[in-house]
Design a protein around this ligand. Sequence first.
Ligand code: B3K
Ligand code: ZN
Length: 877
Amino acid sequence: NPVIYLKDYLPPAFLADKVELTFDLYPNQTRVKSAIYFTRNEKRESGLPLELHGADLKLISLSLDGQSVSDDRYVLSDDQLVITEVPDRFLFEAEVEIDPANNTSLEGLYRSNTMFCTQCEAEGFRKITYYPDRPDVMSSFTTTVIADKTEYPVLLSNGNPVDKGELDNNRHFVTWQDPFHKPAYLFALVAGDLKLVKDSFTTMSGREVALEIWVEPENLSKCDHAMLSLKNAMKWDEEVYGREYDLDIYMIVAVNDFNMGAMENKGLNIFNSSCVLARADTATDMAFQRIEGVVAHEYFHNWSGNRVTCRDWFQLSLKEGFTVYRDQCFSADMNDAAVKRIEDVSMLRTAQFAEDAGPTAHPVRPDHFIEISNFYTLTIYEKGSEVVRMIANLLGPDLFRKGSDLYFERHDGQAVTVEDFVAAMSEVSGIDFEQFMRWYSQAGTPQLDVSDHYDAETKQYHLTIRQMTPVTKDQQDKLPLHIPVKTGLLNTDGQDIPLILVQGEASGQQGDTDRVLHLREAEQTFIFDQIPDAPVPSLLRGFSAPVKLSFPYSQQQLLHLMRHDSDGFNRWDAGQRLAVDALQTMVSEFESGRVPELDSGLVEAWRNLLGSDLSPAILAEMLSLPEEAYLGEQYDVIPVDGIHACRRIARKTLAQALESELRTCLETHQLSGPYKPDADDIGKRRLNNTCLSYLMTLETAEITERVWQQFNQADNMTDQQAALTMLVHSGQDEKAREALEQFEQQWQQDALVMDMWFQVQARRPQPDALARVKALMSHPGFSLKNPNKVRSLVGAYCGQNRVNFHGLDGHSYRFLADVVLELDQMNPQIASRLITPLTRWQKFDAKRQQMMQTELQRIAQAELSNDLYEVISKALP
Ligand code: B3K
Ligand code: ZN
């Protein structure tokens, strides 16, 4: 399994000026003809052979400039075709045969239900034909698709349709031409019996763009939200980034079998159906918001990724981090910005921080890999976005826009690096990013330890910040980073104090109430002048850097911040800190065999929340206790059972103490009118279901009945699914069984709704969960070949049902290893993701560690894909 290094990068020996492809589609024997016009690259030495990638291809014919190539001039291996003695310019032609119906990796050309579709990023194009399958080879593509007219009336590829016609034997063809030069990873093809939802968008320069969403006939009623999201995204990118769409047509196709959320192929996005299809009665608020975000993300890639692409795959975060940043800002603008920030940070702090602390930790720009598919990670995407956010915050909105304009204009049509992006930002602002670049090369989550000191004589306030990045698997030495720490100081009335900094570097003006402190040293002290009384510091406002920050807050100080902080994010975070403290105290009691009790301070804080005038959406966030996964992150050795038990006890204690407040809250936020997935209504539904699920812990017949009513009468999936979860996760087995049966009856025809049905059961806290998951794997609606199903059942059980997955009999570890071994034969990408929970053994006690390692070792004995091999070899002790 060869390791590929960034330091070994060399430009391609040949460039492709023009590519012409013809697909003759048959499920088992598709023929692909290619004609590629190659020119030798002046950046490389002369005389180099032509090296093309290729995998799982059957070569039928080969010619150069019309002459067939004799056997002694080329070498064919498992993954390459090398031709020696080629001229400086020539026409390469080949014909290959491929077998889409047996392609279960969902990479290259494959079948989903009855249609043909493709997924080429990162290195899937080589499963379609021989090609320099690397992002720095950009070319224009003309693609002719031929197929049976009855089975595949719709034939799509990138760009604009330029020709079509009838052929013999009930076959027909369509030719597509994409005038924009693109790397092969952005190639796409779809053929099927699809139906169209059509709309249009007029760009800022007045061009009319046809918008098309193609779906299977039964899904026609589920496309409105995706279409609206697309139009909003197009408008937003014009307004906020000055970026206009470039082709005359923009297509989205929904497919059921897809490894990721969606793919930004030029002019022809292919989506996992879960990220396009939504109707009030079938999709939750969360699904509506995810669709909005993913549709926008793929659209934004048209500039950040397609027009300006990556030189090599080490630069992946150049397009992904930036595009996630763009989609996060878009969603913040379309919805409640503070809630969006809370959601994004919660995810980062649980899942990405865990990745950064585990055996697969890697920098935002990795410097080596075995299989690039393993690097579509939370670090590349979410931490990458945080890095761009820090740059944006350092520049401010106007300069950041100037920098992005410069980046897009200067590099349009090019394949570039992270340095090119940062250079544009530096050039327009004059800011020196030399130290900042360590964010791209250094893995691990920095830890900031902050202490303070108030001098009543001088009226000065000292903040001392120490930074430390823990060692990670491949990096022993860590250097100090340039960390923006947005800070405010609250006086005893809860007001922000004007900040006059007399020691230390910061952005903003003297007297501002928010200053961004620039931490650059391992330890640094910032001194504020003219502070009348000892303040309460509000640190890392808006989560200004992806770090862990600790400060010895007292409960009083946290309550003060919860009530008064002008920064919405930090108000929420103060509540979370309070809850973490209270829960950790309970866990210690639990571990030492005492009966844990919830701190009454937290009960009173939650009572105050319920009596406050916070918006429903924020209130719902603030009332939610930290998730088990986040609590686990606070420990070196995760007390799985203690966390689970104490969180349950805490929830019940809160419900008992605050029953009447919760009931009042529920009555005051009832919704009326038809379902709308807008921020206000989403906030209200979230709040109601939060209150209801607290009350459900009381297990009274009256509340159960109320939840049952909601389950039966809801006109939307958010409320129905929330009620289903409450019923299934409560101890009332009879009710749970009844609800599940009824839900299955109602929705068995709808695969996406059934995903939720599987997931709710996979997450059930009762001890029979594993047995049930195993039984559900034989359910007719389940298939190991469909990634959505695997994620909903196996992924949800192993990743989100901690108390059962880490059961001391070790059965779940064995179960996951068995599933992964089977799956690796079909779909290595999904197998290597699914294994994640087993790779995190370092965080558990000796007995669990031992059992987890045994399973990893058992997997290591088998013949593995590159994908799984890389992850397993990093995870083994
Ligand atoms: N760029 C794709 C990801 C492709 C994954 C390949 N294994 C989706 C996205 O980030 O928009
Ligand atoms: Zn992306």
